[in-house]
Design a binder for this molecule. Structure first.
Ligand SMILES: C[S@@+](CC[C@H](N)C(=O)[O-])C[C@H]1O[C@@H](n2cnc3c(N)ncnc32)[C@H](O)[C@@H]1O
Length: 298
């Protein structure tokens, strides 16, 4: 799971890997680091949540020309070519990864035909996935309008090294989506999904926290680790016939995720999607809670 919030994405990835299973396999130093984060995170999280820092002018540009013909063709197919120069290479890589992944998911599980289609993305970070999410849904609906996308992020005011917060970046990505004709009826909510009560036709949830160490590394207080309660609640936000799509980072997390489905009594279809634009692994574990499956009570 990539986060450029403090400019240490690759270190975070490597540490996350070592920190699976709530600490099994972690070195002594990593355990100490987690313990310190457990003490510090509540203080810094409370500070930035109270400060709600925003700064105008967030923008991205591409550092090097895009030459990969498969990437270029994919952006063309989804009507995203105009974003090529307006995203950093790493953001465009995420966009390609997500659009390709969701295309395969919606091929197997068609999104509902509701108009407008109400869509929720949970734990959106800086909402960089917004254009890709909208474009993949638009491709499957055969129209680029009539989608209302909401992103919700608990830690929306985490500040990047460049002095912009995730909320600033989210506004930028929603503006980009609007510019490529993917609509303007979208919003980014700074808040806790557990306190959110609206209903949605499609819910995406990329990389939920299922163990403590990654959550601590992402700067959240330990009390926000509630994978079972989150799953039950998020499933309950589906409108009748709604679709919940969960993507895990890797097989270990997918196994924990499947156990969570069993614990809350939700029937999910789990499968691996091979990625043409892989981020960490060649395939991604995906779970879809099928249309018509009764949500667990929240
Ligand atoms: C592992 S990160 C994944 C971020 C993003 N979806 C991605 O794939 O890059 C999990 C995200 O969920 C957010 N989160 C955790 N608990 C949440 C909650 N209760 N409500 C909203 N967001 C939450 C975290 O702050 C974090 O940004």
């Amino acid at each position: 799971m990539r986060d450029d919030g403090d400019g240490s994405a690759s270190r975070e990835d490597a540490d996350d890997r070592r920190a699976r299973d709530g600490g099994a396999g972690m070195s002594f130093a990593q355990r100490v680091e987690c313990a310190l984060r457990a003490l510090a995170n509540p203080v810094f999280f409370a500070l930035r949540s109270r400060l709600r820092f925003r700064r105008a002018g967030y923008r991205e540009t591409r550092e090097t020309p895009l030459t990969d013909p498969v990437a270029i063709a994919t952006l063309q197919r989804f009507g995203l070519t105009d974003l090529t120069e307006r995203m950093r290479a790493s953001t465009l890589a995420t966009t390609l990864h997500v659009v390709d992944l969701l295309d395969a998911v919606f091929e197997r599980h068609a999104p509902p035909t509701a108009t407008p289609l109400r869509v929720l993305d949970v734990g959106s970070k800086n909402f960089e996935v917004a254009p890709a999410l909208l474009a993949s849904l638009a491709a499957h609906r055969g129209r680029r309008d009539a989608i209302e996308l909401t992103g919700i992020e608990l830690d929306a005011y985490r500040v990047y090294a460049d002095g912009h917060s995730r909320a600033d970046a989210a506004a930028y990505f929603l503006a980009l989506a609007a510019e490529v004709g993917l609509g303007r009826s979208h919003r980014f909510i700074a808040g806790d999904v557990l306190e959110h009560r609206e209903r949605y036709d499609v819910i995406t949830w990329f990389h939920p926290f299922v163990t403590p160490a990654p959550l601590l590394r992402w700067g959240l207080p330990r009390r926000h680790l509630a994978p079972e309660r989150m799953l039950e609640h998020i499933a309950s936000l589906r409108a009748p016939g709604g679709l919940l799509v969960i993507v895990n980072q890797e097989p270990e997390e997918a196994a924990i995720q499947r156990a969570l489905f069993a614990r809350v009594g939700l029937e999910a279809t789990s499968f691996e999607v091979p990625s043409r634009f892989p981020r960490r692994h060649a395939t991604c574990p995906v779970h879809v809670v099928q249309k018509g499956t009764a949500p667990a009570s929240s």
